[in-house]
Design a protein around this ligand. Sequence first.
Ligand SMILES: [Fe+2]
Length: 245
Amino acid sequence: MFSFFKRTKASPNSAFSLTYMQCDWHCHVLYGIDDGAQTEEQTLEMLQEYVSLGIKKIVATPHVRADYFKNTLETIKKAHEKVERLILQNNLPLVLEASAEYFADENFLGLIKKNELLPIESQYILFELPMQQFPWGIKLVEEVQQKGYTPVLAHPERYRYWHTKPNEWKSWKNKGVCFQLNLLSLTGYYGKAERRMAEQLLDADYIDAVGTDAHGIRHLQKLADLNGNPYFDKLQQLPLLNHLG
Ligand SMILES: [Fe+2]
């Protein structure tokens, strides 16, 4: 697809900030409950990095999936409380909310039916698809909507089976699914094809929210590679859902 944005060189000396973003809607900062931060020290490192990036609010979205990360309302609540204490003890100017990144599986369907979900800002349900084709995902979307929530698909640019099927992702969008872009996709961190797809989604004005999907401080530090990226500049002009009201 034709791109309206010329690539420009990053200016290496300008300080990088995520102040415009205000709130990170996707990260794995609650330690010991998924493949994100594993220890209190690692979480603290991430929190301090968030502060230096200018982020004011973080929504922690630990994985919830039946096979690897069997998180429940209870495990997430306990982990959230520990990190809340850490923020207080260290006087960090951060607001922390706990939500989840739901993997599209039978477990998720069960949670929707039981209404045991943790929405972002009481409204948005972040979910991810498998990296292989997934035929009944759209059924999950309808179930989420029937409960009065807005489904938000995590990193749509990372599902390679969509890369050559624009009609597929367009139809999800038309059904009312919001798209959350991983910022690092714009740097090529997940691959060239993911970067192209991220750019294509931005060119089509299909991005509603952004997130770091940070699993550790390494991902937050890598964000500086966005400096001077024209698509990152475009993002800063968009009315994203993750801006604070
Ligand atoms: Fe994630």
